[in-house]
Design a protein around this ligand. Structure first.
Ligand code: ADP
Ligand code: MG
Ligand code: MG
Length: 875
């Protein structure tokens, strides 16, 4: 049999079913499915996505045979309806609709009322005894066809219409008289001639051919292409085209068009939800031409149609077992369904609907968990822009850390601190941030940066603090000195109010109403199911007692990474740190460390207390030395005075310590080996804090982690130091305290020689951020200039700093896990890179059989849910 490219549906005939989405697009498949369910759907036919590919391969032309097949189905449609294309007394009018496998709302094009010309418009008017209606259809058709098929900017038609209404002092489209409409049609036709130097095509089959081609072509409009990129939809899927007999919601006061959801898509409430407009067509409801009525009103305005609709929506939900998004039209009191699809919803709605459906006995717990978008879980807890608010977006960057925040613009962390001290809400706006900005970031409501991606310093820190961040905002420019800048050409200055949405990347000038979602009983219940099912444990990366508290509250089972460097960046401590590094005098060094010891001990005591009963992995100091060196002349001056050195001498010393490539320089355990005093002090602080708490009966489980080990001897050297100090402290404190010593695996050499290291270590924690950098040999801070390009051009499919590169970096993790466990079956394995909060990466780590992932506190729910989903998927 020859391959077929067209499938008919309607009036009891359904040549396709819901599972043929790939071929017919979501729209075409669901229309056919609704017909099978006995729901009233205007008849028509769908041209397949394979036909699209044929069209595309034929140089964007409809091959003769395909066109013949379309005409054949058109003929059948005419016969079934007793109407004919171009027939003056019984004209057939159709819509030509786009529809991909997955819905791409509003991204492609649709033409309505196709088949109209002067005669058929007259005929339609006579047939319905409603000239106004027929003319209304005609003017809509010319504008839509003119835009979609003839490529004329729809704004031109809209402007003409608006001018007309203004001249006539008319507010709504449906107040236009037949004469007004006739005049508009004339103007529209003239507009077309003016723009394309051609008459409007008046032969219906010619219209159809052009419209089908245009809808196929709309698969490649820039906005559709952009949408696909954003949503990882392959370009070669193509769109199907559905040609469907028109039904008219604009026929008069007993007609209407509307959209509805079987449950509330914002809250999940089990209540039919929707809007409709009397005497209107197509997108009028969403286009905001008139204010639509809430669906409840339909019950009184058109009770029969309402009851049919209520029957249909229940039928559809029972059939699809999920919340549906519907389009319907009521023509002279008769209800027609035009679309059903799985409704998009907020995360909180997704949770509520899934839980309710379990309660209703519709789906299983597992199915419910699978339906919740894990990567969006954190949205539930962040403030967001009130979806009801109308906002004007100034520009967009990357939504790097979710949630929204409003505050006054500041350009320096110092100013942020100063104003925050006066209880002002500030937004830190920088070209980029560095660890030294930390104090300013921590007091800001949100962070906006020009440079950097989803894993830039600003983004990582913001996420770990649960603060909104928009990064990579290319059209931001900042002049710190002048305390001003510009955003997408709009000047901004210090103290001006700005709003960020770190979920969507939107930047808005001024205040926008924000709402705060709450930790509902639904979330608690859902998370408890997730916990029962997952096998992978979830810890958090937390550097402060507050982070630890949040993490625990969200259900973290420990701390997988407590970075100690932030502790040194606070104002008074960094001075001590700098003195220690820059002095050659061992005595002075010892003195400084002595001052740092109680501070560190205090830090750990707090965290251990918050995490009582759970493991806390503390990483010894890791960052490159230069991050501690003073930068500004002011800082140098202060330090020189403090150290009783001349500024020149100090600068000389600083310069001598600069490295060409600090990332590959004196950092991590190398620093610990060269300056053992620092690690000794840290271990002392950890073990003293722990011992003290143990004495008080607090259960503490310290795990000391050595960063950047590449060779087993590095590990052994540092471990021996650690053991010596720890044993001394424990002995002196006379307590029973067990602790673990392990390492980060973040260098390829460490992964490959994991067996050697595992013989000496209690645990491995995969530092997948650095492991990605070192495996790819690329610095995340410098990747900005080409990574975006790589992703754009498909050189890399996904950002390897967001989702783990399974074949490369992932293989190293796999090798290290296998080699490590082979020699040390008790070896505990975790992940502490950012990937520990990414659903796709978590699934991968689950399949490797790791023990836990660790992520920023606000990602903990995401990670727990992802772990559960991975368990369900790989059962
Ligand atoms: P989108 O995919 O952008 O939603 P649609 O193809 O669904 O585009 O159509 C746009 C609008 O036109 C929708 O409101 C739809 O209900 C309406 N529409 C489409 N086909 C018909 C038809 N045959 N009769 C009446 N209205 C229609
Ligand atoms: Mg639609
Ligand atoms: Mg590292």
């Amino acid at each position: 049999m020859e391959k077929r490219y067209v499938y008919s549906f309607g009036e009891g005939l359904a040549e396709a079913t819901a599972d043929m989405k790939d071929l017919l697009g979501g729209k075409g498949a669901s229309l056919a499915e609704m017909v099978s369910l006995g729901i009233s759907v205007p008849p028509g036919f769908t041209i397949t996505t394979e036909a699209y590919r044929l069209f595309f391969d034929s140089g964007n032309r409809l091959p003769h045979k395909l066109w013949a097949e379309i005409l054949e189905h058109l003929g059948k449609l005419e016969d079934r309806l007793g109407k004919k294309f171009g027939n003056a007394s019984h004209p057939l009018l159709v819509s030509v609709r786009s529809g991909a496998r997955v819905s791409m709302p509003g991204m492609m094009d649709t033409v309505l009322n196709l088949g109209l010309n002067a005669e058929t418009t007259q005929g339609l008017g006579r047939q319905t005894d409603n000239t106004r209606f027929a003319l209304d259809c005609h003017r809509r058709f010319i504008a839509m066809f003119g835009n979609v098929a003839l490529g004329i900017d729809s704004l031109k038609f809209e402007t003409l219409l608006a001018q007309k209404k203004k001249r006539l002092n008319i507010q709504f489209d449906n107040d236009l008289t037949p004469q007004n409409l006739e005049s508009i049609i004339r103007q529209f036709r003239a507009l077309i001639i003016k723009n394309i130097d051609q008459e409007f095509p008046d032969t219906p089959t010619a219209q159809l051919k052009q419209a089908v081609q245009a809808v196929f072509l709309s698969w490649n409009t820039p906005r559709a292409v952009a949408y696909r990129k954003l949503n990882h939809i392959p370009d070669d899927w193509g769109t199907a085209v559905t040609v469907q007999a028109m039904v008219f919601g604009n026929m008069g006061p007993s007609s209407a068009t509307g959209v509805a959801f079987t449950r509330n898509p914002a809250t999940g409430e089990k209540k039919f939800y929707g809007e409709y407009l009397m005497n209107a067509q197509g997108e009028d409801v969403v286009a905001g031409i008139r204010t639509p009525h809430p669906i409840a009103l339909l019950e009184t305005e058109m009770p029969d149609a309402y009851h049919s609709l209520a029957g249909v929506y229940q039928k559809l939900e029972n059939h699809y077992l999920d919340m549906q998004d519907l389009e319907f039209t009521i023509e002279n009191g008769h209800l027609y369904m035009l679309q059903t699809r799985t409704g998009k919803r907020t995360v909180s709605a997704a949770i509520k609907i899934a839980l309710d459906m379990v309660q209703e006995g519709v789906i299983s717990k597992q199915e419910a968990l699978m339906r919740i978008p894990a990567d969006q879980m954190d949205q539930v807890f962040h403030p967001m822009i009130d979806p009801k608010a109308k906002v004007k977006t100034l520009t967009k960057g990357l939504g790097a850390s979710p949630g929204a925040a409003t505050g006054k613009i500041v350009f320096t962390p110092e100013r942020a601190q100063e104003l925050a001290g006066k209880k002002e809400r500030v937004i830190l706006v920088r070209m980029e941030t560095s660890p030294e900005d930390f104090h300013g970031m921590s007091v800001s409501q949100g962070i906006l940066t020009a440079r950097g991606g989803m894993t830039s310093h600003a983004a990582v820190v913001a996420r770990s603090m649960g603060k909104p961040c928009v990064s990579g905002c290319a059209d931001l420019d900042v002049n710190v000195k002048k305390k001003k800048g510009s955003l997408n050409g709009t000047p901004i200055k210090e103290l001006e109010t700005i709003t960020l949405d770190g979920t969507t990347g939107q930047v808005i000038l001024g205040t926008v109403p924000l709402i705060r979602p709450r930790h509902t009983s639904n979330i608690t219940r859902m998370m408890s199911w997730a916990r029962e099912i997952r096998t992978l444990q979830v810890r958090a990366n937390a550097d402060t007692p507050h982070d630890a508290f949040v993490a625990r509250d969200f259900g973290a089972q420990g701390i997988g990474l407590c970075r100690t460097e932030h502790m040194f960046f606070e104002a008074d401590r960094i001075l001590l740190m700098r003195k220690m590094i820059l002095t050659d005098d061992a005595k002075k060094q010892a003195e400084t460390l002595k001052k740092l010891l109680p501070i560190q001990r205090g830090d750990f005591t707090h965290i251990f207390k918050v995490m009582e009963g759970l493991p806390v992995t503390i990483r010894l100091l890791d960052p490159p030395l230069h991050e501690f060196l003073p930068n500004t002349t002011k800082e140098i001056k202060i330090l020189a005075r403090d150290m009783k050195l001349s500024q020149t001498a100090l600068v000389k010393k600083i310069v001598s310590m600069r490295e060409t490539n600090p990332m590959l320089g004196l950092r991590g355990c190398r620093l610990g080996i060269v300056f053992p005093e620092i690690y000794r002090m840290q271990v002392r602080a950890i073990i003293e804090a722990a011992s003290k708490l143990v004495r008080k009966g607090v259960k503490v489980y310290p795990e000391i982690m050595i960063p950047l080990v590449g060779h087993v001897n590095e590990f052994k050297t540092v471990r021996d130091e650690i053991v010596a100090v720890a044993e001394e402290v424990i002995k002196k404190a006379e307590v029973k305290l067990s602790y673990k010593i392990g390492t980060m695996i973040e260098l390829p050499r460490a992964a490959i020689t994991a067996d050697e290291i595992a013989r000496e270590a209690d645990f491995f924690s995969f530092g997948t951020n650095d492991l990605t950098q070192t495996t790819f040999g690329l610095s995340r801070d410098d990747a900005g200039s080409f990574l975006a390009d790589y992703l754009e051009n498909g050189v890399l499919e996904k950002d390897p700093f967001v989702t783990i590169d399974q074949t490369g970096v992932g293989s190293l993790v796999k090798i290290a896990a296998q080699k490590g466990r082979a020699v040390n079956p008790d070896l505990h394995l975790g992940v502490c890179g950012e990937h520990g909060g990414d659903p796709a990466s978590i699934e991968f780590f689950h399949t490797l059989g790791l023990d836990y992932v660790s992520c920023s506190p606000y990602r903990v729910p995401t990670a727990i849910l992802s772990a559960a989903q991975a368990s369900i998927k790989h059962r």
